[in-house]
Design a binder for this molecule. Sequence first.
Ligand code: DQA
Length: 145
Amino acid sequence: MKLLVINGPNLNLLGIREPEVYGREDYAALVAYIERCCAEVGAECKVFQSNHEGAIVDEIQAAYGAYDGIVINPAAYTHTSVAILDALKAVALPAVEVHLSDVSKREDFRQISYVGKACLKTVVGKGFAGYGEAIAFLAAYLAQN
Ligand code: DQA
């Protein structure tokens, strides 16, 4: 089982960026956590981060035929990107959306998720553990489908 984990803009600044919202652990700690979660479910994984919408679209397209599932935190592109939504629909891989913060309790402009429309499940407000939940969900889903 091969999983692609995608992190969008500004997530590379974890630890520096609004720690009261996103926590004090840095991006390297998030990557290490994701790799541990994938190992626990016996999945190979690639963790990809970009601040660029087109690079994320390219990565999703390249996942076709190469990965079994996608975990994505599109960050700010969640609320704006029809291009990322269309890419996920195009490759039709099972995908789970993750947000570190509870976007449902934040500003109005965060209440829309385009990307979520192509995802089987959305996990919000659980910090790093949300990625663990998404990875476990995808592993169980892929074992059955
Ligand atoms: C985020 C929530 C988004 O609204 C925000 O733009 C981010 C991070 C989260 O993980 O909580 O950059 O996706």
